[in-house]
Design a protein around this ligand. Structure first.
Ligand code: ITT
Length: 199
């Protein structure tokens, strides 16, 4: 049986493959499943957007396929939760993360550590024949925005997102360590439990 993951983000897909690697199911990206559609993410929450993506791809997938989707983002408390659900669109989809990350650090100039709190949030949605109405779970990792970009692992906002437990950015963690504590790792582990209960 196949899992099709409704994402075009290769950074996410790398992590997803590692976290779902122990499942006895074939994990395919949208592209590998030959599905090429544009999805309008017009929900108002991570959960809504994850379900929108999963449903859109499920409509193009096989009857027996399990379709999963990830909607995620970075919430910075000092910026009232920005960029939040607009994390991919912040400053424009085509703007490099060098520029986005430098911009966010700039907006926190002079802000002390206790006010730099932030979190990565990840909603994972599943659509499958056994639960056609869908399943959605949420994972979170708490951290803070650093004063400089550090590390080259991961993707997106990882170079500016620091975790106290390791005293470094999530771009400085190897992928196994990041997955063991991350929003995506936490959400996918919850989803695995939910699926194990119905499959
Ligand atoms: P898909 O919709 O195709 O899955 P996307 O990149 O557009 O890809 P989202 O709308 O969910 O996905 O946006 C999530 C953004 O949040 C992502 O592009 C990153 O900028 C950021 N993000 C999410 N998880 C992250 C992580 O683990 N590390 C760094 N940045 C992350």
């Amino acid at each position: 049986r196949r899992i099709i993951f409704a994402t075009g983000n290769e950074g996410k897909m790398r992590e997803i493959r590692m976290i779902l690697g122990d499942l006895d199911l074939q994990v395919l990206s949208m592209k590998e499943a030959g599905i090429d559609i544009d999805i309008v993410e017009d929900g108002t929450t991570f959960e809504e957007n994850a379900l929108i993506k999963a449903r859109a791809v499920a409509a193009c997938a096989g009857r027996d396929d399990i379709v999963l989707a990830d909607d995620s983002g970075l919430e910075i408390d000092y910026l009232n939760g920005e960029p939040g659900i607009y994390s991919a669109r912040y400053m424009g989809e085509d703007t490099s993360y060098r520029i986005k990350n430098a911009n966010l650090i700039g907006r926190l100039e002079g802000v002390p550590k206790e006010k730099r709190t932030a979190r990565f949030v990840c909603a994972i949605a599943a659509v499958l024949p056994e639960a056609a109405e869908g399943i959605v779970v949420r994972g979170v990792i708490e951290g803070y925005i650093g004063w400089e970009e550090k590390g080259t692992n991961g993707f997106g906002y990882d170079p500016i997102f620091y975790v106290d437990e390791y005293g470094c950015s999530t771009a400085e963690l190897d992928s196994e360590t990041k997955n063991s504590i991350s929003h995506r790792g936490n959400a996918l582990r919850l989803m695995k439990e939910r699926l194990a209960g119905i499959l």
